[in-house]
Design a protein around this ligand. Sequence first.
Ligand SMILES: [Zn+2]
Length: 65
Amino acid sequence: MIRFIDFKIIPLEKGDIEFISEITKELKRDKVDILDKHIPRNEEFIKMCSYCKSIKVDEKNWIGT
Ligand SMILES: [Zn+2]
């Protein structure tokens, strides 16, 4: 799912902060094969954007999934 979220950060008195998040829209997303738990894989880690599921391939480049 792709979720669109309104996120508000509100400063309060005494240094407190209020966080308010609300999902405003949800869309289905195509299956991302690299996240399929049934596909065999090694022990290496990858870096993946939690929002768009792009994968970091080197210091400057990300590829879409
Ligand atoms: Zn991203």
